[in-house]
Design a protein around this ligand. Structure first.
Ligand code: NAD
Length: 479
C-alpha cells in the first residue's frame, strides 16, 4: 500500500519538493506517511510570501474585528478536524489518541483566546502639557518565524501562531522533521478560514539547513523558538546578525519540593502526569522530586510502585506510558540512565528500554540516592525518568531546586500556605505550581529563566511579544 504524501504550504499553495522525508510511527518504527522536505529555495519563497503579505497591510489595514472573525473561524475549523488530526498525530508522534485530540482542542482554544484580544490591542496617551498630543500605537512586527519542536507540535504551534495573527503578523512555521503531519492538518484548517495569501506558510525541512537559513534571513522580523538549548543558542547567534527580537522557550530540569505534610494523593497524581505524561517528553516535566527526609523512604516506595504499575503500550490504545519519539531519543535516554547508575544513583523502577516491543519504549524509571553533582540531577533527560533527592530544611530544598542552569517551572507540595508562598517567591522559575503540577493553562504566562529561555508565551502578556510600540509625538500649533 502506498503511503499518503504531504506537502509544504507556501504562498497559499501546497507545494511538493524533490526530496521526501518518511515519517515513522514510534510505536512500531513503521512508516506512517511521507512529506516534502523543504529546501532553501522553498524557504526563500515562504519568506517572500510572508513579507509580501505583511507589507501589503492586508492583515493590519482591516478593522481589528476582521482578525477576530478570522481567528474564530480557524478555531472552528480546527475543532472540525480534531479527530482526523488526532489519528495522524497519534501515529506519527506516539502519544495517546486522547492526548493528540487534546492538542487540537487546545490549539482551537488558543485561537479563541487570542481572538478575544485581537480588537483590544490598545495604546496609551501620554500627557506632555499644552502644545503637544502624544500617544502610542502597537504595530505588528511584520514577519514572525516560528520554529516548532516535535513533542507537542500542534498546540505549541498554535500557542505562538494565534497571538501573531491576532496582532497582524504574517508567519512562516518551520515544523519538526520527526512529527510534521499534525501541522499539515492544522494548516488545512487555517486554509479554510480564508486569510490573505501568504499570511501563514508551513515548511517541513531539516533544522540545520532550512531552519538555520530562515533564522538568519533579513526578511524575518521576530523569531519564536521552542526546542533544545543548543539549537536555541545557534538561532540566537543567527538572530543577532539582524538584531531580531526573539522568544526562547527552551528546556528544563524542574523540581517539586515535597514537605512532610503534603497531601499524598495530590502528590502521586502530580508525579504520574508530571513525569510520565507524553513519556516524559515535556519541557516542564517534573523531573526532580525533592522530598523532606522524614518521608523520603515512604515516598520513594510509593513513586516506584506507581511507576511499576503503569501499562506500557501504543498511544493508539491509550496506554498509560507511550513510546518516545525515535530510536535515537531512546538510546540517549538509556545512556543517561546507565551513567546515572555508574555515578551511584539507585534504580527503584525501570532503568532501561522495554524488551520484546518493537517500538521505542522506555520503562518508567525512578532513581533515588541521587546527589546534586550527578548528571541525572542537573541535565534534562526528556524521557520518563525521575530523580528523587532528600532534603532536611526549607533552605536546603530551595538551594537544590535552584541549583541547575535551568529555570522553567517548579512546584511546592505542602498544606502550609505560608510555606508554599514563601518558597514560591524564592524559586528561580517562570511558573510555580502549588499542590498540582501543570496547574496553569493557556491563560497563564509561561516561559523560563536562565537556560530555559526568555520571553513569555500564553496569557495576555504573550501578545505583546508580537507587537512593537510606536510613539507619536505631535506639536499642536496655537495651543
Ligand atoms: P530541537 O532543538 O532539536 O529542534 C527544535 C526545532 O528546531 C525543530 O523544528 C528543528 O528542526 C529546528 N532546528 C534544529 N536545528 C536548527 C538550527 N540550527 N536552526 C534553526 N532551527 C533548527 O528540539 P526538539 O528535540 O525538537 O525538542 C526537544 C527540546 O525542546 C527539549 O529540550 C525541550 O525541553 C524543549 N522544549 C521546550 C518547550 C518550552 O516551551 N520551553 C516546549 C517543548 C520542548
Amino acid at each position: 500500500m502506498s503511503l499518503v504524501h504531504w506537502r509544504n504550504h507556501i504562498n497559499g499553495q501546497w507545494v511538493d519538493s524533490d526530496q521526501h522525508l518518511t515519517i515513522l510511527n514510534p510505536a512500531s518504527n513503521q512508516p506512517v506517511a511521507t512529506i516534502a522536505q523543504a529546501c532553501i529555495a522553498d524557504a526563500e519563497c515562504a519568506l517572500q510570501a510572508a513579507r509580501r503579505c505583511a507589507d501589503s497591510g492586508e492583515l493590519i489595514a482591516v478593522r481589528p474585528a476582521r482578525r477576530v472573525t478570522w481567528l474564530l473561524e480557524i478555531a472552528r475549523q480546527i475543532r472540525l478536524v480534531a479527530d482526523d488530526g488526532a489519528h495522524l498525530l497519534c501515529a506519527e508522534n506516539g502519544k495517546t489518541f486522547n492526548d493528540a485530540r487534546d492538542e487540537f482542542i487546545e490549539a482551537a482554544r488558543y485561537f479563541e483566546y487570542y481572538a478575544g484580544m485581537a480588537d483590544k490591542i490598545e495604546g496609551i496617551s501620554v500627557p506632555l502639557g499644552n502644545g503637544y498630543m502624544d500617544f502610542t500605537l502597537y504595530e505588528p512586527m511584520g514577519v514572525s518565524l516560528q520554529i516548532v519542536p516535535w513533542n507537542f507540535p500542534v498546540s505549541i504551534c498554535a500557542r505562538s501562531l494565534a497571538p501573531a495573527l491576532a496582532a497582524g503578523n504574517a508567519v512562516v512555521i518551520k515544523s519538526p522533521e520527526l512529527s510534521p503531519l499534525g501541522l499539515c492538518i492544522l494548516m488545512q484548517a487555517i486554509e479554510r478560514a480564508g486569510l490573505p495569501t501568504g499570511a501563514v506558510n508551513l515548511l517541513c525541512g531539516r533544522g540545520r539547513e532550512v531552519g538555520a537559513y530562515l533564522a538568519g534571513h533579513k526578511h524575518v522580523d521576530q523569531i519564536v523558538f521552542t526546542g533544545s538549548v543548543p539549537t536555541g543558542q545557534s538561532i540566537l547567534r543567527a538572530a543577532a546578525e539582524n538584531a531580531v527580537p526573539s522568544v526562547m522557550e527552551l528546556g528544563g530540569k524542574s523540581a517539586a519540593l515535597v514537605f512532610a505534610d503534603a497531601d499524598r494523593e495530590q502528590l502521586l497524581s502530580s508525579v504520574r502526569s508530571g513525569i510520565f505524561f507524553n513519556a516524559g517528553q515535556v519541557c516542564s516535566a517534573l523531573s526532580r522530586l525533592l522530598v523532606e527526609r522524614s518521608i523520603y523512604d515512604e515516598v520513594v516506595e510509593q513513586v516506584a510502585s506507581l511507576a511499576n504499575s503503569l501499562h506500557i503500550g501504543p498511544g493508539a490504545e491509550n496506554a498509560e506510558l507511550t513510546p518516545v519519539i525515535s530510536a535515537g531519543q531512546l538510546h540517549g535516554i538509556q545512556a543517561m540512565c546507565r551513567r546515572a547508575q555508574e555515578q551511584g544513583a539507585r534504580v527503584v523502577a525501570g532503568g532501561d528500554a522495554v524488551s520484546g516491543l518493537s517500538g521505542n519504549y522506555m520503562q518508567p524509571t525512578v532513581f533515588c540516592d541521587v546527589t546534586p553533582e550527578m548528571e541525572i540531577a542537573s541535565q534534562e533527560v526528556f524521557g520518563p525518568v525521575l530523580a528523587i533527592l532528600p532534603f532536611d530544611t526549607e533552605e536546603q530544598a530551595i538551594g537544590l531546586a535552584n541549583g541547575t542552569d535551568f529555570g522553567l517551572v517548579a512546584g511546592v507540595f505542602t498544606q502550609d500556605l505560608n510555606r508554599a508562598l514563601r518558597c514560591a517567591r524564592r524559586l528561580r522559575a517562570g511558573q510555580v505550581f502549588v499542590n498540582e503540577w501543570f496547574a496553569g493553562g493557556i491563560e497563564t504566562p509561561f516561559g523560563g529563566v536562565g537556560l530555559s529561555g526568555y520571553g513569555r508565551e500564553k496569557g495576555q502578556e504573550a501578545l505583546y511579544s508580537y507587537v512593537r510600540t510606536k510613539n507619536l509625538a505631535v506639536r499642536i500649533q496655537g495651543e
